[in-house]
Design a protein around this ligand. Structure first.
Ligand SMILES: NC(=O)c1ccc[n+]([C@@H]2O[C@H](COP(=O)([O-])OP(=O)(O)OC[C@H]3O[C@@H](n4cnc5c(N)ncnc54)[C@H](OP(=O)(O)O)[C@@H]3O)[C@@H](O)[C@H]2O)c1
Length: 197
């Protein structure tokens, strides 16, 4: 929600064009897809697992599902064809560099994660030639007024059934094995750890 609010604060509206979500099957990515679609944006969901998770992402509200390799494999030219009015990125690295290069004039990219890596192999060209903004998101040190705004918007907009559909609960004793499955890319959506089990 903090990433969605940062796009909104930058002036992004649904009529501006498609909004990309990277790492779309992940915990934060799944929520981003649902929230953006709920606000009327046309959402492109980038995932490495379109065969398994394509239907899941469409049910969350994605209009299109794209293969993450289009963005993650190699850094392309610093300015590429303009495809996205905005983006929410949980992946970083080569993916974020390509997202910036494919963001339309004046667009905003909210970066919150580093699932591919913390590096950013880009140049200043998307910023100075296309007026692209890279907005950083940090939920841990977020000031209270913004935190309250985000929670209020989540309470209003994130449907409980949709949240349930993207959530798996596990017991505390299962966490080590489950963490290995997360790293192997076998888990989607959010995981709740029931600490009493
Ligand atoms: N800034 C903040 O406040 C904040 C808050 C929460 C989380 N985070 C960070 O945000 C990131 C995502 O968190 P999460 O909880 O959503 O994690 P997650 O559930 O593990 O989701 C990450 C997703 O990224 C994609 N991915 C994984 N490895 C990749 C790779 N090598 N290349 C490209 N895509 C890859 C996968 O999606 P597909 O299978 O769909 O491709 C995966 O589901 C993490 O880096 C986390 O530390 C930051």
């Amino acid at each position: 929600m903090l990433a969605v609010l940062s796009l909104e604060d930058a002036g992004l509206t649904p009529d501006a064009g498609d909004v990309l979500v990277t790492g779309a099957s992940g915990g934060a990515g799944s929520v981003a897809v649902a929230l953006l679609a709920g606000r009327g944006f046309r959402v492109l969901a980038s995932t490495g697992r379109s065969a398994e998770n394509g239907e899941y992402l469409r049910e969350l509200g994605a209009a299109e599902v794209m293969d993450r390799r289009e963005l993650s494999e190699e850094p392309g030219r610093p300015l590429q064809s303009q495809r996205f009015a905005g983006a929410i990125d949980g992946v970083g690295s080569t993916t974020l560099a390509n997202v910036l290069a494919q963001t339309s004039w004046g667009g905003t990219v909210a970066a919150y994660g580093l699932a591919q890596g913390p590096d950013l192999p880009t140049t200043v060209l998307p910023f100075i030639l296309r007026g692209v903004t890279l907005a950083g998101i940090n939920s841990v040190e977020c000031p209270l007024p913004l935190r309250e705004r985000a929670w209020e918007a989540l309470a209003r907009e994130l449907d409980g059934d949709v949240l349930d559909s993207m959530t798996t609960s596990i017991g505390l004793s299962e966490t080590i094995g489950y963490a290995e499955r997360i790293l192997a890319g076998e888990v989607r959506g959010r995981t709740v750890v029931e600490v009493t089990q």
